[in-house]
Design a protein around this ligand. Sequence first.
Ligand SMILES: C[S@@+](CC[C@H](N)C(=O)[O-])C[C@H]1O[C@@H](n2cnc3c(N)ncnc32)[C@H](O)[C@@H]1O
Length: 217
Amino acid sequence: MRKQEDQSQNGFKSILKSYRKYRLKKYGTILSEILAYYGDLSDIHGKRILELGPGRHLNLLRFFKNETNAKIVFGVGKSFIWPWMKSEYRSLVHDSYILNFLKSQGSKKYDLIYSRYVMEEHSIDPIILLRSKIYWRYLKENRLANPDRYFPSSIPNMQAIFAEAYKHLSPGGILISEIAKMKNSALDDAFLEAFHWRSLKKRKIGRLSQVVSGVKR
Ligand SMILES: C[S@@+](CC[C@H](N)C(=O)[O-])C[C@H]1O[C@@H](n2cnc3c(N)ncnc32)[C@H](O)[C@@H]1O
């Protein structure tokens, strides 16, 4: 296990060096996790990859799109993508609430679904939230203190997203979630253990953060 982790760390470092232009450092934890499963970039060949909440820079999506032979690469989430981002990259993201999007996916399956700093309370961009009708409706109905699964970035919303993402994993598919603040995480032990994993790993990063990764049976 230790050896595998060292290898994926080394693999990540050499990718970081060879592909500087994508500024992948902040996705280091996720990339090392991915490499711990896939070995190296050639194993990504033919894979269907989905990022939840890629934000505005699209670092890892652009990297996968340009530098691997993945079959499908795209993201879904609400964010303000930089206006100067090339349209070929902008089109990598579906501008949608994640839960709505996943529910519209029918029987589509993905081999790898990952997210960074999404599966936790309050991860939605606050300006997007303040501009949404749903926020004002919940405020008016006095439901902000106890939001349900339809309120973006609430714990029930994130748990519904995770469960839906799990449904859209192929057998042997990998689900990776990096959490910025464990105290806000939607992925508590009891919740995670309710799924049928072939394997499930939780790793602490520093004092505050964590990465959770599971392989579907
Ligand atoms: C904290 S940011 C992280 C962005 C990027 N993954 C990164 O690491 O830089 C979380 C992103 O997910 C989006 N997001 C969070 N919850 C969402 C939801 N329920 N539906 C759509 N987008 C959501 C946010 O608006 C934001 O763009």
